[in-house]
Design a protein around this ligand. Structure first.
Ligand code: C2E
Ligand code: MG
Ligand code: MG
Length: 612
């Protein structure tokens, strides 16, 4: 590790040059470190001890200088003295955590006092680790190396998690982040307007079904290229828009966010241009395809309170454009809101669903990839609607969330799942544990922990046999409340699983500070693992990061033997997916048998006795 010339002394002015910087470029092999310590001698000592790591170590003697250098250098890691001259390391770290550009930088404390109080204060403030003074070089190196490795994986994950692996465009979560920013800006400044264009390729399904997924993927990549190219020509097309973003939501659905539009005309101009660019013929290998696209437009309005509402309305307008003959754009109008009215009827029906006995549970097995044994079963709720028939949770859970009905439904699900599980235990067969999904509203509900505790006691189930699943977005919606509730659940002894990992739009670094036992890698990554390098990189990085943090991993949505094989090799602990089993009735869980082809891959040995 090189000593940096960029040394800020107690006066805040650059200090003497000790060594030239060997390699100012930032790569994962040459990390940039910042040491904040009032004892200048430490700088030389630490540099010598960390020499084998490569990279550069910068030095600041005071908290103020440390803050300024951290902002400017964006180091990979900060070594922070607990006792600074005019402040404390803990105070400095608290300030950093409140500064968005610094919040994710890992901090390792250095201290001569490793009493419980000091260490608790450090970890409460968000420290990644600590090292004792006087330093032992092996310990210092090992701790710094391990924190750097985790940081590298987190950065890699963040990049992959915000982009669509097929087209390289920003994905839904990044779009939502940007939309949130735009909405916040329009609330502050009523003269600022933006627009959202929802684009759907009119013949995509035909192409995909008749010419195969490979051609379908080529088509999607080419659409992405055209969108990017058109939006980049901002001087002629998008005139005054100084910012625009094209994202892929999934399938053939693309969205363009146009910043700083003056009125609807601006959005129409861009939509016209996109329609003409997208209908040019596509040469894909040996075939040529011609198709139009349909675009739904929505412009910013104070009545929108969240990004999903805007995306939903742009989607509705896109359907109207298709219904009116395709190859055109249509502006969203409130008269298109029959969808919304439909939801009101559904909401009313949902209110009575529990009391009328219309809800029931199915269970999807979760299997150990080490030996094929049945680890858990995820309870998934179904609604048998009197006129609509079987209604998928994707249709009614979001509605139940919005209306608050989810608290009652969630309680019913938890009780029903535990009652069923108690029956399995009594039968002496079935999975070792049971997994239940929780919603954001349940997590922030004051009765949650007591309810869980009471139900576990009532059915005489040991808490470590219950997994509660939560998504990143649910946890990050209100991190303070979540942390409190999760800590209480952990203290109760239940297992906490992070569901659909990789699809959220939160800071992964912060997230890892929550007491999570298991990560469930979202099925979209498992699905594109064999075709997209990014998806494979994410799965690999998550598994390694989890191993470093001693968190177990469940891979969701395993549909092929090839995926199963790769995931086992990567060291994923558990798997779930149609290949292993679709969600089934409670009685069929008891008779679960691993499909023969999976047994061969997992080299399954029959358990000699039941799994518990
Ligand atoms: P989730 O927790 O990620 O559940 C997994 C979903 O993936 C289930 O869909 C399951 O049927 C589906 N799935 C499993 N393996 C595969 C596969 O190999 N391929 C494919 N294409 N899909 C697979 P489902 O039952 O429609 O549930 C959707 C979501 O609804 C769940 O996602 C969960 O977030 C929510 N949900 C379901 N039941 C409950 C509940 O009781 N409470 C709450 N709060 N949410 C629930
Ligand atoms: Mg789940
Ligand atoms: Mg999931």
């Amino acid at each position: 590790m090189e000593l940096s010339s960029d040394i800020v002394g107690p006066t805040g002015r650059p200090g003497n040059t000790l060594h030239p910087i060997a390699n100012p470029g930032r790569t994962s092999d040459s990390p940039t470190l910042l040491l904040v310590d009032d004892d200048a001698d430490i700088h030389v000592l630490v540099s010598v001890m960390l020499q084998s790591l490569g990279g550069t170590i910068h030095y600041a003697a005071t908290a103020a200088a440390g803050l300024e250098m951290a902002e400017r250098l964006q180091p990979d890691l900060i070594l922070l003295d607990v006792d600074l001259v005019e402040s404390t390391g803990v105070e400095l770290l608290k300030t950093m955590r409140e500064t968005p550009t610094l919040a994710d930088i890992p901090v390792v404390f250095v201290t001569g006092n490793d009493s419980n109080e000091v260490l608790t204060a450090c970890f409460d403030a968000g420290a990644a680790d600590y090292v004792r003074k006087p330093f032992r070089s092996a310990e210092l190196r090992a701790r710094v190396r391990s924190v750097l490795e985790n940081r590298r994986l987190v950065v890699q994950l963040q990049r992959v998690a915000s982009h669509d692996s097929l087209t390289g465009l920003p994905n839904r979560s990044q779009l939502i982040d940007r939309l949130q920013q735009a909405m916040a800006r329009s609330t502050r400044n009523p003269n600022y307007h933006f627009a959202l264009l929802f684009i759907d390729f009119d013949r995509f399904k035909v192409v995909n079904d008749s010419l195969g997924h490979e051609v379908g993927d080529m088509l999607l990549r080419e659409i992405a290229v055209r969108l990017r190219r058109t939006l980049r020509a901002s001087d002629t097309v998008i005139r005054d828009c100084d910012f625009s973003l094209a994202a892929r939501l999934g399938g053939d659905e693309f969205v363009v966010l146009l910043d700083e539009v003056r009125n609807e005309r601006d959005a129409y101009d861009v939509a016209d241009r996109l329609l003409s660019v997208l209908k040019e013929p596509y040469r894909l290998g040996a075939v040529e395809i011609v198709s139009t696209a349909s675009i739904g437009i929505v412009t910013s309005h104070p009545s929108y309170t969240n990004p999903e509402e805007m995306i939903r309305d742009a989607d509705t307008a896109m359907y109207e454009a298709k219904a009116a003959g395709k190859g055109r754009h249509m502006l969203f109008q409130s008269a298109m809101r029959t969808v919304a009215e439909d939801r009101l009827v559904l909401e009313n029906d949902l209110r009575h669903a529990i009391s009328r006995g219309e809800l029931y549970l199915v269970y999807q097995p979760i299997v150990s990839l080490a030996d094929g044994s049945l680890e858990s079963a995820e309870a998934l709720v179904r609604w048998n609607h009197p006129t609509r028939g079987l209604t998928s949770p994707d249709q009614f859970i979001p509605l139940a969330e919005e209306t608050g009905l989810i608290v009652a439904i969630g309680h019913w699900v938890l009780e029903e799942a535990l009652r069923t599980f108690a029956g399995w235990l009594e039968a002496g067969r079935g999975p070792r544990s049971i997994s239940v999904n929780l919603s954001r509203r349940q997590l922030s509900h004051p009765n949650l922990v007591n309810d869980v505790d009471e139900l576990l006691r009532r059915y005489e189930i040991s808490p470590d046999r219950l997994h509660l699943e939560l998504t990143e977005n649910q946890i990050m919606f209100d991190p303070t409340t979540s942390l409190h509730a999760l800590a209480r659940l952990r203290d109760l002894g239940v297992q906490l699983d992070m569901d659909d990992f990789g699809t959220g739009h939160s800071s992964l670094a912060c997230l890892l500070q929550f007491p999570i036992h298991i990560l469930k890698i979202d099925r979209s990554f498992v699905a594109s693992m064999c075709s997209g390098r990014d998806a494979m990189a994410l799965v690999e990085a998550v598994t390694r990061l989890a191993q470093n943090l001693q968190i177990r991993v469940i891979a969701e949505g395993i549909e092929t033997i090839e995926q199963l094989d790769i995931l086992k090799d990567l060291g994923c602990t558990f798997g779930q997916g149609y290949l292993l089993s679709r969600p089934v009735d409670a009685s069929r869980v008891l008779d679960y048998r691993l499909p023969d082809e999976c047994g061969t891959v997992l080299k399954c040995r029959e358990p000699e006795s039941p799994a518990y």
